[in-house]
Design a binder for this molecule. Structure first.
Ligand SMILES: Nc1ncnc2c1ncn2[C@@H]1O[C@H](COP(=O)(O)OP(=O)(O)O)[C@@H](O)[C@H]1O
Ligand SMILES: [Mg+2]
Length: 254
């Protein structure tokens, strides 16, 4: 399997000169400015940056949750005008519906598919995130980590072209986190699903990503885009790895 992502911008995600301004009590608050980014099909992109620099806002724009922005965002050449099953998101919090079971929460994103297909996707993804036995549990019966795993299963079951993850594993215990990180990464590579991961973990970002985007705040901008051309599995102790990690840390100092 080739690990080189196809970076043909017309097929991937194209972000051009994007800006976003919120209004707080009538006063403009510029949150994103002049964002340029190309993400090829199957690429894994890590985004790091201080709290408040607009990482979550950028993900919301990519997913189509905010229609009001400047510039251009397109996936496969089609401008993004609203939410779609082809673009999935996992938020920091699970956002499951409390009155639905794990199964029904996942099924909600699969409306319109044949019943057998829905059952298959639910079973496959529940197994993937290790929630067997909790298919009929309600969110309040799950630990925070388990609920987050259900949210990941819900997003993956839609088989999106692109999956954006907003610090999705921060609340999980470290063993579960490592396991899910590995699984998510494997799924991304196998399915050639494009993934954009916002994380505080610089080491993890360099370990996984085809490129690491470093953002800076007020207003949120891209400070550096650092390509990581190292084969997998990567050697965290290698000179090249350490060098790249230091470049990301350096870009984070402002
Ligand atoms: N709906 C909103 N209305 C007004 N301001 C917002 C809204 N969402 C985010 N912001 C502001 O935008 C800035 C960037 O927020 P966010 O994208 O959440 O940053 P990050 O995810 O990098 O921490 C912050 O100053 C935040 O207060
Ligand atoms: Mg955020």
């Amino acid at each position: 399997m080739s690990l080189t992502a196809d970076t043909d911008a017309t097929r991937g995600l194209r972000i051009r000169n994007v800006g976003k301004t919120y209004r707080i009590e009538g006063r403009p608050l510029p949150v994103l400015q002049n964002i340029h980014l190309d993400i090829g099909p199957g690429e894994f992109v890590g985004i790091v940056g201080a709290s408040g620099c607009g990482k979550s806002t950028l993900l919301r724009l990519i997913i189509g949750l905010e229609a009001d922005y400047e510039g251009e965002i397109a996936l496969g050449g089609d401008p993004i005008g609203g939410p779609s099953r082809e673009r999935g998101i996992v938020f920091q919090d699970h956002r499951l519906f409390p009155w639905l079971t794990v199964t029904d929460n996942i099924a909600l994103g699969l409306e319109g598919l044949a019943a057998a297909e829905v059952r298959e996707r639910i079973a496959e993804n529940i197994e993937l995130v290790g929630l067997q036995g909790f298919e009929n549990a309600y969110p309040h019966q799950l630990s925070g980590g388990m609920a987050q795993r259900a949210a990941i299963a819900r997003a993956l079951a839609m088989r999106p072209q692109i999956l954006v993850l907003d610090e999705p594993l921060g609340a999980l215990d470290s063993l579960t986190r490592v396991r899910l990180q590995n699984e998510l990464f494997r799924i991304g590579r196998q399915s050639r699903m494009t993934m954009v991961l916002v994380t505080h973990d610089v080491e993890e970002a360099v370990y996984r990503s085809d490129k690491v985007v470093v953002m800076e705040p007020r207003p949120g901008r891209i400070k550096a885009t650092i390509p990581v051309h190292l084969d997998h599995p990567r050697q965290r102790g290698s000179a090249e790895f350490v060098n790249l990690r230091e470049r990301v840390y350096e870009a984070l100092q402002y």
